[in-house]
Design a protein around this ligand. Structure first.
Ligand code: ADP
Ligand code: MG
Length: 369
């Protein structure tokens, strides 16, 4: 068959940060779950050197010349895709025009990592199309690079690794120092609700950088290269040599690292109730120590705590808005959503919780080795 007519389709999912808040840039660990919503990319080679992009959620077609693609901030959704295409081109893996069509079942900007799902879906399609030999981590880093240098977001690797590496019915543990990851089995019959707070992360960039600086200050005060090189005991010993605010920021991150490790052992023991308890604790620590929650997120978590049917709830992602996640048994999910909407719907507007089940990563779906 003429390879010009080869059509390749790939899917890569969104993800939830289950536990491990702000642990990535501190070289800690996080527990994530890929969900059953994501981005599908359909890619075809063209006979010419045009790169044409279409998204089902956008009007029109975006056209570019393959030979004019360069590393720059493109300032639009196509930056994510062009970044991946240009990096494949620079590696000598793509040398023809392409038609790239994407469609998605993920809400954008809701903290479910639609951006990584988009990059990874396109990356997987180009991998299949080019027959290139790349391992999972190499593709994850290529997609991250696309987001850094063609979009301008300095993201860690949590999103790309989760979107690619998740396995069916399992959660993923990622160690950000070694970039090693492994799966932990999930008990059956669980699901997550993603509950939008209705608050945009407007202050995020500034607050995020201040939090990062506090974590670095705490590590310096303890004489370690990063927070993950310390532990809560060591932090307590150094309490007197750092500002109280810096202390509490570090306490949150080190607490999260401990909670991820505890969650792994609880999951291995099939004790989901205790994993849920860690989620409530994580949220409380966000409120009190890291101060990256907001009244709306607190309101959501408090409602589910009062209601008593959920196993756990917490803010997920950067904080200061965005979404909360709720862990519950699947047979209770629909009733919980309806009751939550009766209590909150009118006040918060577009606040309907989304039901997500654990999904499969793009690598396994693409049947890559
Ligand atoms: P998140 O990754 O949490 O969803 P981001 O702001 O990192 O939020 O990424 C959202 C951006 O990704 C969108 O604004 C858009 O540019 C791009 N994007 C995601 N999905 C699609 C899609 N299906 N079509 C076009 N662009 C998309
Ligand atoms: Mg993103």
């Amino acid at each position: 068959m003429n390879e010009e007519f080869t059509v390749v389709t790939s899917f890569s999912p969104g993800r939830l940060e289950w536990l491990g808040n702000h642990t990535d840039y501190n070289n800690g660990v996080a527990l994530s779950v890929a969900i059953d919503l994501g981005v599908t990319a359909v890619v075809t080679r063209r006979g010419d050197r045009q790169v044409r992009l279409r998204s089902a959620s956008r009007e029109g077609v975006q056209s570019f010349k393959l030979d004019e693609l360069t590393q720059q901030i493109y300032g639009g959704w196509f930056g994510y895709v062009l970044g991946v295409v240009d990096l494949f081109k620079s590696d000598g893996l793509i040398d023809t025009g392409l038609d790239v069509e994407v469609r998605s079942t993920l809400p954008e900007g809701a903290g479910l990592s639609s951006s990584a799902a988009l990059e990874c879906a396109v990356g997987l399609a180009l991998l299949k199309l080019s027959g290139a030999k790349m391992n999972l981590l190499e593709l994850a880093k290529l997609c991250q690079k696309a987001e850094h240098y063609y979009v301008g977001t300095q993201c860690g690797l949590l999103d790309q690794i989760s979107s690619l590496a998740a396995r069916s019915g399992e959660a993923l543990v990622i160690d950000f120092r070694s970039l090693q990851y492994h799966s932990v089995k999930l008990p059956e019959g669980l699901c997550f609700l993603v509950v939008p707070s209705g608050v945009k992360h407007s202050l995020v960039a500034g607050e995020y950088n201040v939090r990062k600086a506090s974590c670095e200050a705490a590590a310096r005060a303890m004489g370690v290269p990063d927070l993950a090189s310390a532990d809560v005991e060591m932090l307590k010993l150094h309490r007197g040599v750092m500002d109280d605010r810096v202390y509490r920021r570090a306490l949150h991150v080190l607490g999260e690292i401990t909670r991820v490790k505890l969650a792994i052992s609880f999951l291995e023991a099939g004790d989901i109730t205790s994993v849920g308890r860690l989620m409530w604790e994580s949220h409380k620590s966000s409120q009190e120590n890291f101060q990256n929650s907001c009244a709306e997120l607190d309101g959501i978590v408090e409602w589910f705590a009062r209601d008593g049917r959920a196993l756990g709830a917490r803010l997920s992602g950067g904080g200061f808005g965005g979404s909360a996640i709720v862990l519950c048994r699947e047979e209770l999910a629909e009733d919980l959503i309806e009751d939550y909407m009766k209590a909150h719907g009118k006040v918060l507007g577009d606040s309907r919780p989304m039901l997500c089940r654990a999904g499969v990563g793009g690598w396994e779906l693409a049947a890559l080795p």
